[in-house]
Ligand binder design. Structure first.
Ligand code: NAP
Ligand code: ZN
Ligand code: ZN
Length: 347
């Protein structure tokens, strides 16, 4: 067993505090990673506050994990000690259902094993995430990271990167197509970079006028302040695809009207409240409302390779572990450019 240092939420709404537990021994197909950096996803905050229901405590969040491999099991073929590696939102799945066989483990029919707060099929108890100094994961759920990249800026690709890459690929974004991104946060800034690299014309739809210069620097062609009804009118029936990353409840109807005929709005953000949809906004224009959940392991590897090839990294503010509670408060205020990345050396 490996005694492990971490930060955990001991109970719902409680601040995160130092915590220790044991990681399992390295099995024949396992990889032990010394965690260097872990991104802070808004989903961590939703779950620490149990905003989706069913969260179990103590909760060690963190599913944007990068580090260096310290040990590999006897039968591990894909990885070697000393290599950089990543772990995202999943650490296991059934591997047998139709979704798993198609490489869509995120849609595993019996359900995948989440990196934290999920029943741990190997050790019992709950899985514990990346706000910790090490993790043991089956090699099939470990991602390769190209050598020589700044790991603190790679970490957020493991959730924010794949969550935005997957729908951009699924809806087959082509050069010149018009892509809207609602919300310029962790997911949003990755969506802008990736869609721009795919050749799309990208528009950021934001509540924060102060983010305009950043949006353009990230690769956006247009920036619209969504509080201004006149500005929204300009892009009515305009977008082929809208990626909605907002973490709070918003009126989706005003955004559905921005889709052209046969356009799709993909919901990525998961506010706890159910949205109200005016059906006329869908039937007029044969518009579609869709959802997308992270991405499969093969697609996550494809995304990491795509980002390495295009020089795409997350824009991060590196924080010490002890600042996590303050970071959550800042994230709620939209005060992050554009992802916190925890330096686990400070644990
Ligand atoms: P984040 O960094 O906090 O960004 C969310 C952005 O939404 C903010 O920067 C802000 O952008 C906008 N926003 C926040 N409150 C708003 C409000 N009241 N009205 C309008 N806009 C608001 O969060 P994130 O880490 O990107 O995560 C976003 C959401 O995606 C969360 O709900 C998270 O749980 C979810 N998520 C889903 C998946 C999936 O697989 N589908 C994966 C990861 C995360 P502006 O300042 O530009 O308006
Ligand atoms: Zn996430
Ligand atoms: Zn499955």
């Amino acid at each position: 067993m490996h005694p492990t240092k971490a930060y955990a939420a001991p109970a719902v709404h409680a601040p995160l505090t130092p915590f220790s537990f044991e990681r399992r021994d390295v099995g024949p197909h396992d990889v032990l990673i010394d965690i260097k950096f872990c991104g802070v996803c808004h989903s961590d905050l939703h779950q620490v506050r149990d905003e989706w229901g069913g969260a179990q405590f103590p909760l060690v969040p963190g599913h944007e994990i990068v580090g260096i491999i310290r040990e590999v099991g006897a039968h591990v073929t894909k990885f070697q000690v000393g290599q950089p590696a990543g772990v995202g939102c999943m650490v296991d799945s059934c591997r047998e259902c139709e979704s798993c066989r198609e490489g869509l483990e995120q849609y595993c029919e019996p359900g995948f094993t989440g990196t934290y707060g999920a029943p741990d099929k190997v050790s019992g108890g709950l899985t514990m995430g990346g706000y910790s100094n090490q993790i043991v994961v089956n090699e099939d759920f470990v991602l390769r990271i190209a050598e020589g990249q700044p790991l603190e800026r790679v970490a957020p690709l493991l959730c924010a990167g794949i969550t935005t890459y997957s729908p951009l690929r699924q809806w087959n974004v082509q050069p010149g197509q018009k892509v809207g991104v609602i919300g310029l946060g962790g997911l949003g800034h990755m969506a802008v970079k990736i869609a721009a690299a795919m050749g799309a014309e990208v528009t950021v739809l934001s509540t924060s006028p102060g983010k305009e210069a950043d949006a353009k620097e990230l690769g956006a062609h247009k920036f619209i302040v969504t509080k201004d009804p006149a500005a929204l009118k300009e892009v009515r029936s305009y977008f082929d695809l809208i990626i909605n990353t907002v973490s709070a409840p918003i009126d989706l109807n005003q955004y559905l009207q921005l889709l052209r005929r046969d356009g799709t709005m993909v919901l990525l953000g998961v506010p706890p409240e159910a949205p109200q949809i005016q059906i006329f906004n869908l039937i007029g224009g044969r518009r579609r409302l869709a959802g997308s959940l992270i991405g499969g392991i093969a697609e996550t590897q494809e995304m990491l390779d795509f980002c390495a090839e295009h020089g795409i990294l997350s824009d991060v503010e590196v924080i010490p572990m002890a600042d996590i509670n303050e970071a959550y408060e800042r994230m709620l205020k939209g005060d992050v450019k554009y992802r916190f990345s925890i330096d686990l050396a400070t644990l």
